[in-house]
Every structure is written in C-alpha cells, then in structure tokens.
Design a protein around this ligand. Structure first.
Ligand SMILES: [Zn+2]
Length: 113
C-alpha cells in the first residue's frame, strides 16, 4: 500500500527557551510541522485503537473529536483474552460508525445540492 493514514499523539516537550520556527502555532501546540522539521521540542507515540475526526491539515481539533480504547473500556480483571475480544468489538463498532458517517453525509449532501 503506497498510501496510508497514520494517527500519532504528538507532544511538545518545551525543551528550548526560544521558539523554533517550526513551532508555527507557538510552544505547546505541536503539529505535523514539528515532525517534518525535526523540532527539538517534539516527541510522539502511536495512537492505537483510536477513532478521530481531523480538520484542515489532518489535526484533531479538540478532545470531543477523538476517542481511543482505554481507561474504563478495559476489562476489570486484566484478562487478555477478554481484552482482545473487546478490541475486536471496538474495531467493528469504529468501522461501522465510519461507514455510517459517510452514508449520513451523502444523504445530507443530496438535500443541499
Ligand atoms: Zn516545533
């Protein structure tokens, strides 16, 4: 596959006194520009099992625009088999919601154009 979307959690470590040019939106507002410019303040990790909406430039705009598998979604008893089963359920729900979002959008679009 030549094209792939990759979801990352990007952090500003605030390691520098001066604001590097790559920090286009200032310190504590990391983005793809920090990754592409090897920013001295940036660190990142992968964002597994997340469902997210991104705005312009592929950035998730706020905390209401994503949800990840974590916290109270894990089984209480640390059972790995149950966790794997729950992640499969989560995957199926996420894919169905993505399909539903597209279909709902297309339906609303038809009412406008
Ligand atoms: Zn930066």
């Amino acid at each position: 596959m030549k094209l792939r979307h990759v979801l990352l959690e990007v952090y500003c470590e605030n390691n520098t006194f001066d604001v590097p040019l790559c920090c286009a939106n200032g310190i504590d507002s990391p983005g793809y520009h920090c990754l592409s410019e090897n920013c001295p303040n940036v660190s990142y990790t992968y964002a597994p099992y997340e469902l997210a909406y991104t705005g312009e430039f592929g950035v998730v705009p706020d905390s209401e625009s994503w949800v990840g598998f974590g916290g109270d979604m894990f089984p209480d008893d640390n059972n790995e088999t149950k966790e794997a089963e729950l992640k499969k359920i989560w995957e199926a729900i996420c894919k169905r919601k993505i399909k539903e979002a597209y279909e709902e959008y297309m339906e609303k679009m038809k009412g406008i154009i």
